[in-house]
Design a protein around this ligand. Structure first.
Ligand code: ADP
Ligand code: GLC
Length: 478
């Protein structure tokens, strides 16, 4: 099968969260099963620098509305995945985060920037394409490529089939009515059955409405988003499309995230040498200025600091947590109130709590290896990758029972399979209760080693999930 994987992020070059990780690993996993998967991604500065020799292979034109004529450049990743770099300097040659300007606000022309990405994905999947490679399936990801299925529906001759994977229903790509014309969509698209959503144009809804099929990144999240409580205003549409909606759990890049080989770690370790994890802990404590103490459980967070991740709940009980006693290390960035709240707390408790605001890949790896317990009190979590990194790094996670967290972490109460701690209500009390249980278990070395081993033995590779995507693609083509 020929598949065009369209995405707005791709690790290791451009990543703001899990979508980047998935785009960096899934296409290669699909290729290794024998399918011809190529990735369409904007030519951000980091990608142009990484692939200076990328040659132009097409110039899609007459795309409609105010959309410009970009250049498509071809490159090959080190693992052999062909990239189609969507080059239009005025849109993508901007520093920093792909979505936000220097003041931390969305770029005002994001509808055009990701409209162009969606439009070119659809162009590649239609007869208009001048390439001699015609995909059978356009695999779209989140709102940024959500308009592609609509373009396939309204603007393409003999269109390819499309799959929209929802990584996060909270980001919907909402723009005003005028963008309909700017994006070159017909007036007919402005309807409840088209791209309109409560008076706005919604990229995500457009994709959910028009994609041949929809998937999301865990079976539990696939069920949750069909309920009014968790459907973020789209539950009705998702229920309507229930027979076309599946949940496929994410995998992780097991070469990048492997404590036996991780290039970021001071000391490698594995299931048969868990003791060496202690060296990573001591070095991490040193690195962030915490008291170097093996006896204190070190709790960790690596996360976007947003409402979704529930880190306000953790902050509310941070004092009680360090009094257990325990230490806390936090790496993240996002909402000002959370950045400020956590930084102020760390400032008041040197030696016990360390906070770093920012995005630092290497530090994230050292935290996974050096911490004892990983904390993810998410209000919702489509899949979540950090809990899987934690399991693999022998760092039992404490998670709320939601989305992919519920599908990957098994509570210690299950003596034969338990690999972490799971709590229910999204409250500070329930989290504290779970943290207490985790800290008590940490003090029981035999139990702790068992939990670590269960986690480290879990297969989080992409192999199985890639197989599910292939089966889904096949179904689309039947
Ligand atoms: P989401 O995509 O909702 O942010 P995921 O758990 O799926 O959540 O993926 C987050 C990814 O981003 C993980 O690879 C995590 O390590 C990484 N990450 C998040 N915040 C930071 C940070 N401040 N520094 C480094 N990596 C981070
Ligand atoms: C989103 C979700 C996260 C998921 C990631 C990759 O950003 O918030 O739970 O793991 O996408 O699918």
């Amino acid at each position: 099968m020929k598949v065009l994987f369209a995405t707005s992020e791709m690790a290791p070059w451009v990543k703001t969260g899990g979508l980047g990780d998935v785009s960096g690993a899934l296409p290669a996993a699909l290729r290794s099963i024998g399918h011809d998967v190529r990735v369409l991604v904007p030519a951000y500065p980091a990608l142009l620098q990484a692939f200076p020799g990328a040659t132009e292979i097409a110039r899609p034109h007459w795309l409609g509305g105010l959309l410009p004529t970009p250049s498509l450049r071809q490159a090959l990743t080190p693992d052999g995945t062909p990239l189609l770099l969507l080059d239009y300097g005025h849109y993508y040659d901007r520093p920093g985060n792909p979505y936000l300007g220097p003041e931390g606000r969305d770029w005002l022309d994001n509808h055009l920037r990701f409209g162009l990405l969606s439009r070119v994905a659809a162009w590649l999947g239609s007869e208009a394409s001048t390439l001699n490679w015609m995909p059978d399936i356009i695999h779209c990801n989140d709102w940024q490529t959500g308009m592609a299925p609509a373009y396939l529906a309204y603007r393409a001759e003999r269109p390819a089939k499309s799959l929209l994977t929802v990584h996060n229903l909270a980001f919907q790509g909402l723009f005003d009515h005028a963008s309909l014309f700017e994006l070159g969509l017909p007036d007919a698209a402005w309807s409840m059955h088209g791209v309109e959503y409560h008076g706005y144009l919604s990229f995500l809804k457009a994709g959910l409405q028009h994609a041949t099929a929809i998937s999301t990144v865990s079976p539990t999240y696939a069920r949750e988003i069909q309920t009014d409580a968790e459907g973020m205003g789209l539950a009705g549409l998702l229920r309507h499309r229930a027979s076309d909606l599946t949940g496929i759990l994410n995998g992780i890049d097991t070469r990048d995230w492997d404590p036996l080989r991780d290039r970021h770690l001071p000391r490698h370790y594995g299931p048969r040498r868990i003791d060496d994890k202690a060296i990573n802990k001591a070095r991490l404590q040193e690195e962030v200025g915490l008291e170097v103490r093996a006896d204190l459980p070190l709790l960790a967070v690596v996360s976007r600091l947003t409402e979704q991740k529930g880190l306000d709940l953790f902050l509310a009980i941070a004092q009680k947590t360090i009094d257990l006693p325990a230490q806390i290390v936090v790496l993240g960035s996002g909402a000002h109130a959370l950045e400020h709240g956590w930084s102020a707390f760390a400032h008041r408790h040197p030696g016990r709590c360390a906070v770093r605001i920012g995005f630092d890949e290497g530090f994230a790896h050292r935290i996974e290896a050096g911490a004892d317990i990983f904390v993810m009190p998410s209000r919702f979590e489509p899949c979540g990758l950090n809990q899987m990194y934690s399991l693999r790094y022998g760092t039992p996670p404490v998670v709320r029972a939601t989305g992919g967290l519920a599908d990957t972490v098994i509570d210690a109460a299950d003596e034969r399979h338990g690999n972490g701690f799971v709590f229910g209500p999204p409250t500070a009390e329930a989290l504290l209760d779970a943290l207490r249980r985790a800290v008590a278990a940490f003090r029981d070395p035999v139990l702790w080693r068992k939990l670590q081993k269960h986690g480290m033995a879990r297969d989080s590779s992409w192999a199985e999930s890639a197989g599910h995507y292939i089966a889904l693609y096949k179904k689309l083509l039947d």
